[in-house]
Write a protein that binds this ligand. Structure first.
Ligand code: ADP
Ligand code: MG
Length: 326
């Protein structure tokens, strides 16, 4: 058991304390004062996002502390990636049932490990006692006017997806069924990959982008709706991981891929003239990208199996609704 100040001291020790002068990362003053002081490059806009993870809602209660740390930052970096922003700084608000030094060290292994990989400095936060909850804000940088928004898609644009959607939802379905579950799928649930490099590479190539957190169709609806368009995807074109294909029959798999949450892949719209540029963006960022559909005039999203329309069993996770339909 450690007190709040011991925990903060430990976080500060591992994340780095204040600097005398702004480092190359723009941090003038980090953890340890009343607030952080950050130096913004003159030719950049600040992109800010916040996401909270609550135990039992956003991760299974048996999730390892290092995975909770990873995921709390990953879901936030995913939002920056969907804007095409380059991560710079983050803050961390932790509510913990007990001041457990072992738990915090494991948590920081996941959190700071991912932060380092994405060159994101932890510059402050808050530590309180209460039910386990982790709230993170991330701050990223983008050239003026260059951010990838949801509302820029045009009729005729291709719809693309990164990675292999459905893996996290497959892991959750297996966990709920109480079976052992596939380790490769569980890794996609516990340690989603923020598509930072892809988002940056898509600036000037994609018309619009969103990260898939609530389910592909639900989030695609947000993009299509913001752009005043309809969207159509071909289920047969969805990229599928070998683990997901092996674990589920086609009907369940399509439902997991089209409506399951927690993928943190990027779904984006780009003109058909930019197909080679999109493939190049995938190559330079070492991220698989697959074309899965098209934006059309009208409204609403639809999924098709060949020329047969498909009805999803759920439109994704709804925190305040009936929850997941399964
Ligand atoms: P105050 O009471 O002035 O808000 P705190 O005691 O809450 O200060 O925090 C002291 C310092 O430690 C601040 O710089 C704050 O940003 C940092 N801090 C507190 N909790 C965390 C945390 N969970 N992660 C990172 N920094 C933290
Ligand atoms: Mg405080």
């Amino acid at each position: 058991m450690s007190g709040e100040f011991d925990l903060i001291a430990r976080i500060r020790e591992r994340a780095g304390g204040p600097h005398a002068v702004a480092g190359p990362d723009g941090v003038v003053l980090g953890i340890g004062d009343d607030a952080a002081v950050l130096s913004l490059p003159p030719d950049r806009q600040l992109v800010v996002a916040m996401d909270t993870l609550n135990t039992g809602v956003h991760f299974p209660h048996d999730t390892a502390p290092a995975d909770i740390g990873w995921k709390a930052l990953a879901v936030n970096l995913s939002d920056l990636a969907a804007m095409g922003a380059t991560p710079a700084w983050c803050t961390l608000s932790l509510s913990l049932p007990a001041g457990d030094r072992v738990w915090i060290d494991a948590f920081l292994d996941g959190f700071l490990g991912l932060a380092e990989a994405h060159r994101t400095r932890l510059v402050g936060g808050d530590t309180t006692r209460g039910p386990l909850s982790v709230c993170v804000t991330v701050h990223g940088l983008v050239a003026p006017g260059a951010a990838l928004r949801r509302d820029g898609a045009q009729a005729g644009d291709d719809i693309w997806i990164s990675g292999t959607p459905g893996d996290a939802a497959g892991a959750l379905a297996q966990w709920k069924a109480g079976a052992g579950g596939d380790a490769a799928l569980r890794a996609r649930l516990d340690r989603p990959t923020p598509r930072t490099a892809l988002g940056i590479a898509l600036i000037g190539v994609a018309h619009a982008a969103i990260d898939v957190s609530d389910g592909l169709l639900a989030d695609l609806q947000h993009l299509a709706g913001a752009s005043g368009l309809a969207a159509r995807i071909d289920l047969g074109a969805l990229p599928v991981s070998p683990a997901l294909r092996a674990a589920f029959g086609d009907d369940v798999r399509y439902a997991l891929q089209a409506t399951g949450g927690d993928d943190y892949e990027l779904c984006f719209a780009a003109p058909s003239a930019a197909r080679a540029a999109v493939i190049d963006a995938g190559r330079v960022s070492a991220t698989p990208v697959t074309r899965i559909g098209q934006l059309l005039t009208g409204s609403g999203v639809s999924a098709w199996r060949g020329d047969v329309p498909w009805t999803p069993p759920s439109r994704g996770w709804d925190h305040f609704g009936r929850g997941e339909a399964d």
